[in-house]
Design a protein around this ligand. Structure first.
Ligand SMILES: [Zn+2]
Length: 51
């Protein structure tokens, strides 16, 4: 059985630098609640890795 694997990522608004944490996979990129601009993935927050 396979569970849906979700990973937290930090997204940032290119206009006002508002950041949020979302979980991928996602269907569409979220829009900034402050200015409505489409946000982009800034950083993967993969803390489950133990290498
Ligand atoms: Zn914004």
């Amino acid at each position: 059985m396979q569970r849906d694997k979700t990973e937290p990522v930090q997204v940032e608004c290119p206009r006002c630098r508002h950041t949020e944490i979302i979980y991928i996979p996602i269907e569409t990129m979220p829009r900034c609640p402050e200015c409505g601009t489409e946000m982009f993935i800034k950083e993967l927050l993969d803390e489950g890795k133990s290498t």
